[in-house]
Design a protein around this ligand. Structure first.
Ligand SMILES: [Zn+2]
Length: 442
């Protein structure tokens, strides 16, 4: 998983409603805002602190991130409701019936129009996220490059989203009672394909990648020490450097892909701007995800969640159709317009499932933090200090609020807060008194 940033596990809602990705990379914060100066001043036990000028910036950026995250999800749901309630969805369907008589072409026109509308509705939020990110000195991406990324996202949304929605509509028509079960069975391989294909097909469309060995042989040699200690086989060919500096000042590293495409990616900003010891810790954390099989485990958990999610969506959509169908001019879920009721339910369910998915993610991230600290034991002089310094660098660069609101952490954070991570790292010393770590025998 990403060292920082939104969880990348593929839920079907993400596949279907490929929402424009926020360019304001949310790290693991969100915050309570500067309600009182005292509340934001450092406590003696805090391992993560910011100088006053950066603290006030972090607190105000935190508010913006919260508003964008909650606002973005709620706006997406509201927009779908408006489309249904104003009769716009029924109107688009009527229009496609007039345009062509071929059923597949009607579906194609309908879903392309629908996805473009959803994409355009999300664009102001995306624009503001990018504007805020630039204002706070995190993003350095030009507006031209940002617009080009938005265009690429829209093309991907159409290329992947339209055939998928047509496939799922077909399933609803063919199995009007048990469609949610068939849809779930079809979703399982799609989720695996998405995780395999992402590093090969999607990621290179937005960023440049190079084998890490080609650009930083000395760093690879250091990383090999951690690889050797973990006892796993990550050949240098699976380590990549991402040219993030063209778009951001942020630092990051992550594990992505599965099976033949599994790899570790380090942003060039990370490699250039923090000391090697700290990079080794971040790398050790990523190795933790690799060794502890967090991607396949995440996929398995997602599969269970999607099963119940689809079941609930189908049941509530049938009820909603009975209650509102006449007003929305929709008489069946198996029409393209009726299918949008299912998509609305999917958006709502996805939003409500977020705290559960993030709780699992935070657990995995905590395990990876422990693994990372143990992985560099004996390689760096002081694992505790190194980890705390890495968290401070991470927090300062991303302007993380040292004291985020606990409700926001519960709902939105896919990592524990930087403060929690730094505090844990500062006191984690299993080797004291001759002990050993959780994942390593020495
Ligand atoms: Zn992680």
């Amino acid at each position: 998983m990403r060292w920082i940033g939104r969880c990348r596990w593929v839920l079907l809602s993400a596949i279907l409603l490929v929402a424009p990705a926020s360019s304001l990379c949310r790290s693991q914060t969100a915050g309570q805002g500067a309600k009182s100066t005292a509340a934001n001043s450092a406590r003696p036990q805090d391992a993560y602190t910011l100088p006053p000028a950066e603290l006030s910036k972090a607190v105000s950026l935190d508010r913006i991130r919260d508003a964008l995250d909650f606002g973005g999800s709620l706006w997406n749901i509201t927009f779908l409701w408006i489309l249904l309630d104003t009769g716009a969805i029924a109107g688009i369907e009527q229009w496609t019936l007039r345009v062509t008589r071929r059923r597949w072409l009607q579906g194609l026109t309908f879903f392309a129009s629908f996805l473009i509308a959803v994409f355009l509705a999300g664009m102001p939020i995306d624009w503001f996220a990018q504007y805020a990110s630039r204002s706070y000195g995190i993003s350095v991406q030009s507006w031209t490059s940002w617009l080009s990324d938005e265009g690429t996202s829209l093309c991907l949304t159409l290329l992947i989203g339209v055939p998928l929605l047509m496939l799922f509509l077909r399933i609803v028509r063919r199995w009007p009672r048990r469609f949610w079960l068939v849809a779930w069975l079809v979703t399982l391989p799609l989720m695996a394909i998405a995780v395999i294909a992402e590093p090969l097909v999607i990621d290179p469309l937005f960023n440049k990648f190079e084998p890490l060995e080609k650009t930083d042989h000395a760093l690879v040699q250091q990383l090999e020490k951690v690889v050797h200690r973990t006892g796993i086989n990550i050949p240098p060919g699976r380590m990549y450097l991402m040219k993030a500096s063209a778009k951001t000042n942020g630092i990051n590293a992550y594990v992505t892909g599965i099976g033949p495409t599994k790899r570790i990616v380090v942003w060039d900003t990370t490699a250039d701007r923090i000391p090697t010891d700290q990079i080794l810790f971040i790398f050790g954390h990523e190795c933790g995800h690799y060794v502890l099989h967090h991607i396949p485990k995440g996929l398995a958990i997602s599969a269970v969640c999607v099963f119940f999610g689809f079941w609930i969506c189908a049941a509530v959509a049938v009820w909603l159709l009975r209650r509102r169908g006449r007003r929305w001019q929709i008489d069946s879920l198996s029409s393209p317009a009726g299918f949008v009721i299912l998509l609305l339910m999917l958006s709502i369910t996805g939003f409500l499932f977020e705290p559960a998915a993030n709780a699992v993610s935070r657990h995995f991230e905590h395990q990876a933090d422990i693994f990372g600290q143990e992985a560099i034991h004996g390689i760096v002089r002081n694992p505790q200090k190194t980890a705390v310094a890495a968290f401070n660098a991470l927090g300062r660069i991303w302007l993380e609020n040292p004291h985020p609101n606990s409700f926001v952490v519960f709902w939105l954070y896919n990592h524990p807060s930087i403060q929690q991570r730094a505090n844990f790292a500062a006191h984690y010393d299993p080797w004291a008194n001759g002990g050993h770590g959780k994942y390593f025998k020495n």
